[in-house]
Design a protein. Sequence first.
Length: 366
Amino acid sequence: MSERLQLLLLFGGQSFEHEVSVTSAKSMLGALDNERYSVSIVGITKNGEWVFIEDPQPVFERGEVQINDGAPVLLDYCGSQRLVGKSETTVNQRVDVVFPLLHGPNGEDGSLQGLLELSGLAYVGSGIVGSAVGMDKEMMRRAFAACGLAQTDWRVIRWSDWSNDRKLALNVCVDQLGFPLFVKPCSLGSSVGINKVYNIIELESAIDVALGYDYKCMVEKSVENGREIECAILGNEAPEPSCLGEIIPGADFYNYETKYVDNKSQLVIPAVINAELSRSIQEQAVTAFRAVEAFGLSRVDFLLSTSNNEVLINEINTMPGFTPISMYPKLWEHSGISYSQLIDRLVKLALERFETTKHYKMSNKK
């Protein structure tokens, strides 16, 4: 048997999606092929400490990484591709590829990807640019617009503008967008901090909430009675789309509770859409993937008008959830790729991209 790949699974993190990451990690570990991979498990606490974990079961039962779950470690970011212990610990693990199964800021926004680049490590998913653009809803929407993708009308409110003249900001939103509206932090996922509003009083309150998570928020026009359609993408330079899925929310919109808490939402795979429209949405999903310079994997979300079948792109998620109820692995399972095969494909894509990029000239050294 050939030597197993040394896979470093990173999970947890400092974002509000910490618990989602823990659930994703639990699901992924159960699907890994132990004959193919030797897995090192590192959890990142909500305070940012990195912990080498030998027994992840207590973490999974608790739903949170804590500092006493193992030995403190760090990446050796001098190009030696190793995980090393801090202080008196003796952890010294070779790393072939990293699966950064983290969602939200400091995990999915390019910051961790920059650290992995400095460490000279292959890793699953988008690079610095794709991760950063995919995390920032304003930059994402600008990239979509540049590629001609239709989307809802939106405005961005920055904390500086809001603190200087909130009345002006409110009037701009109402005059240019009308109601109902969605208000979202620009750099969060899993529907954290999102509210749907129907009047100016609710709008003001929702902006206050959103700006409690980020220095800017997006206010966008609601597509009433729109269908929520999602497409999974897999690949690097030649990305492939999955079949389409539809989310039927168990609330006014697909919020955090309906995603992860009360199980009221329904996933319909494949979505009941005619073949021509399905192909069009799949093509737009690939366009969106390329627009933000994504690699490896993404899930692209659309809104489909029930009145005229108009397709509007909503967002891209460059590190979608891998929980048992997550749409990304379910879409690929229905498309003929099992959960464990999907992990293998993602690792292979990471190694292929790493082999390509490591030969680029970085200086005038010979």
